[in-house]
Design a protein around this ligand. Structure first.
Ligand code: FRU
Length: 495
């Protein structure tokens, strides 16, 4: 069989633009039944270039429909990452039109003045048609500090203080601003981390408040992406837990101690989840936030083996905050909306795993459109490797190594890897942090991506791969002695 690029690599259900280059998700908001997703977009080529905001909409964050480009470059520069809010109270004065609130986008204008001279400023644009088209504000830019690395404004409504708060990244720090009308911004403070991951320039921050599960308490979360220096190399996104008093963000003391001990607070330990931020105006009953990231890495993004389009977004995720003996930890899970797409289900229980044991093959279930959940009890002395394979000998391996207490993803033999030295240079690992004797995992499989949610979403790993032919078999091998796989449930996803 001959496979086209579309057949082999166009994801079944992760968002990709029909054509051309995409990076960061931008301006996500929910309004009137639609989740909006904008994205860094270079429509004229399959590599990064002058940025626009592409656009897609969805009623459930799973099935996306691409829309016309929403924001184009102008004389102030190209359109870098940013956010959008629903200005329900018309604080901006841009006005309601037939009762629809104005949508206000805030983004970075990137102006390349030649000879290495760059100025990044912040501008706003408003929409009177629920995010389809935007009009740029006449007094742009709204913030100009004459800085080169000064970008990715993320605006949020601070309900405690009735004002807009905005965070942006300025080289190695996050700057906090506030505003009453989204036009005039006042600098409040900055957050700079001396130790830890400051390898790459700081990018794409986010700030939001989350209830601590099972308590009456709430904490503030600061998200910061870094271009280099992730836990398994290249780009990655870290987080900080603390308090925001309307002026500055202060890390929680215990969290800071835990963070200093083990630099273990990453949104994702896989190499392909970058620049993720949350949806604004999306109220969930349980108080969780909704987040999605760019499923690639600056280490190799412009070289991945697709020509028509480049890169996809992760599945949308619910973000919650838990506190246990280990302290604060964010939990990430695929959004519940994904369950609506479950079709055929297979369930096996108490399988004894001796040698290489087949779980399922593609004649029974499509392994490129699947959600798999497994449970293993008393995992203390157990280690295992799942292998996703095809007849060509390509293998994507992932699992848990009991000696090191590490989860891992090994794509070194997953198919096409030679396009970039960085792509398959090692095995990605993540230390298990959960103290539970039982382990659970959710595996989301598409044609070119795996998303692993271990221990209720306490440890997440997202990686992309490019097999020469589709994978046809999923099997599992014990690390040492035989063990019992408590249950494994496989759902084919019809998206
Ligand atoms: C992050 C980033 C942002 C910037 C955008 C440009 O991936 O570098 O900081 O706004 O990409 O496309």
């Amino acid at each position: 069989e001959n496979y086209s690029e579309e057949d082999l690599y166009r994801p079944n259900f992760h968002f990709t633009p029909k054509k051309a280059w995409m990076n960061d998700p931008n301006g996500m908001f929910y309004y009137n039944g639609y989740y909006h997703l904008y994205f860094q977009y270079h429509p004229d080529s399959n590599v990064w270039g002058p940025m626009h905001w592409g656009h897609a909409i969805s009623t459930d964050m799973i099935s996306w429909t691409e829309q016309p480009i929403a924001i184009y470059p102008d004389e102030l520069g190209t359109i870098f990452s940013g956010s959008a809010v629903v200005d329900i109270g018309n604080t901006s004065g841009f006005g309601k039109v037939s009762n629809a609130a104005p949508i206000v986008a805030m983004y970075t204008n990137h102006l390349d003045k030649g000879e290495g001279s760059v100025n990044q400023t912040q501008s706003i644009a408003y929409s009177h048609d629920e995010g389809k088209t935007f009009t740029k504000y006449e007094n742009n830019p709204v913030i100009d500090a004459n800085l080169k690395d000064f970008r990715d404004p993320k605006v949020t409504w601070d309900a405690d203080r009735n004002k807009w708060v905005m965070v942006l990244a300025a080289d190695d720090k996050i700057m906090f601003y506030d505003s009453k009308d989204l036009k005039e911004w006042k600098l409040l403070s900055d957050f700079k981390r001396e130790e830890g991951s400051k390898d790459g320039v700081w990018e794409c921050p986010d700030l939001f408040k989350l209830p601590v599960l099972g308590t009456g308490e709430s904490k503030w979360v600061l998200i910061v992406s870094i271009g280099k220096g992730g836990p398994n190399g290249g780009s990655a996104t870290q987080y900080f837990i603390g308090d925001f008093d309307g002026t500055s963000f202060v890390m929680d003391k215990d969290f800071e101690t835990a963070r200093n001990k083990e630099n273990n607070f990453w949104v994702d330990f896989g190499r392909d989840n970058y620049a993720g931020v949350t949806w604004s105006n999306a109220k969930r009953k349980d108080g969780s936030k909704l987040m999605l990231g760019w499923m690639s890495n600056w280490d190799y993004a412009i070289k991945v083996p697709t020509e028509t389009w480049r890169s996809a977004m992760t599945i949308a995720r619910e973000v919650n905050l838990q506190k246990d003996e280990n302290g604060y930890k964010l939990l990430f899970q695929p959004v519940k909306e994904l369950n609506n797409y479950r079709s055929i289900k297979y369930k096996k229980e108490n399988i004894s795993i001796r040698g290489d044991t087949k779980i399922i093959d593609a004649s029974t279930m499509d392994l490129a459109s699947a959600e798999i959940q497994f449970n293993i009890s008393d995992v203390i002395d157990k280690g295992f490797t799942f292998n996703l394979t095809n007849k060509q000998g390509d293998t994507l391996a992932f699992g848990y190594n009991k000696a090191d207490k590490n989860f891992f993803v090994d794509r070194t033999k997953s198919g096409k890897t030679g396009f970039s030295e960085n792509f398959a240079k090692g095995v990605s690992v993540a230390k298990r942090t959960s103290l539970s004797p039982d382990m659970s995992g959710t595996i989301i499989l598409d044609k070119t991506s795996i998303e692993l949610f271990f221990d209720n979403g306490e440890t997440v790993m997202t990686e992309i791969f490019f097999p020469n032919k589709p994978y046809t078999k999923l099997s599992i091998i014990p690390e040492a002695q035989e063990f019992i796989l408590g249950s494994i449930e496989m759902n084919k996803l019809n998206i």
